[in-house]
Design a protein around this ligand. Sequence first.
Ligand code: SF4
Ligand code: SF4
Length: 162
Amino acid sequence: MKSCGPCTQCCRVLAVEELAKPMGKLCVHARPGAGCGIYETRPHSCRTFECVWLMDPEMPHRFRPDQTKVVLDQDPQGLWLIARCDAANPQAWRRNPMYAALKAFATEHWGKGKLVLAVAGRRTWVITPKADIDLGEIDPRSGLKVVEGPGGVTIEVSASKA
Ligand code: SF4
Ligand code: SF4
């Protein structure tokens, strides 16, 4: 069974609405090396977050989020894999071994209804087998639709669903 060890990357990168904690700021309750200081009463969004590295027994140590500076986040419906980076380190997803793994994942799932994204703050990229498409700063609740045409792949961004 894996453990977080000294990693606190999700407690920095992710926003926690219940605590009014913004993205990119280490949570005041984080105790590096000792986990969450309010573990028993931590908010719902912290309880339900499923870190891909932590959940996957096969994913090696070098992918632990404090090593890569990338938190891999997957939605429960299996529609997205998101490489979440700190806005202060927005290119972290482009470094290997993470980048090669994201490309391999995008190649495996392309056309099967699952998108691979990189997100740093609100800046969002769609990682496709061939290209990485920069969507700029978008609302994280936006809908994304892949359109494949003779000129290549484009992504339509629709208004926030909320
Ligand atoms: S990012 Fe994953 S490994 Fe790191 S502290 Fe969060 S849950 Fe643990
Ligand atoms: S409450 Fe705990 S688990 Fe949630 S972000 Fe803060 S330190 Fe992390």
